[in-house]
Design a protein around this ligand. Sequence first.
Ligand SMILES: [Mg+2]
Length: 220
Amino acid sequence: MFKTIVFDLDGTICHHKASYPKMFFEIFGEQFNKHSDTWLRHMLHNGEHTGLEAVQSCFPEMSPEEQKNALDTFTYRWSEAQVPFTGIFEAMALLKANFGCQIGVMTNGPSQFQWAVMNKLGLSEHVDFAYASGDPFPAECKPSIPLLRKLQSQRNFEADTALFIGDNLEKDIKPAREAGWSALHVAPHDDKTVPLPLSDFTKAAKQDSLLKVNWSSLTA
Ligand SMILES: [Mg+2]
């Protein structure tokens, strides 16, 4: 069955309880709208980046130290606003034990932002590998079939033994299927629900419908 399962991060493993524009205003003292074009162009950059580039580009009048401090504050506060979906780490452990697979994470974003979130969640204790698109590896964003091939060679697995789990059809699911992976489109939630046997989970990964899932309902 699956030898490698790769999860998306935002909206799949965790969600946030904060307003991004509000946080931006509290840190920089200016409306997010005024800077959003430049800011997002840097934040969504398809290559290696930390997040500092966005601060430097939007606030060139700040000293390098102020820029660094502002980014540190933003990434820290953003990470503090993240909440894992109930049962996600138990679900990962169950999948790992059942399939004997490696578990990974592939998330889009600047390395400092994404790693602040992943460290806040203690993700490294639960997964075998995790990459932000802004990291030196892979330095590439989803959606991308070449990105998935890079993961395959880096982590030594074949497409037909891999499963991608994500909440975004365009970025997570379509490229995975085109690359010959299995893919499971999920809408995680924390509401009460009936148990989801692993066999039904596996079946869902073979179909192309959206699975509304409470991760804590996954059972062997
Ligand atoms: Mg997502």
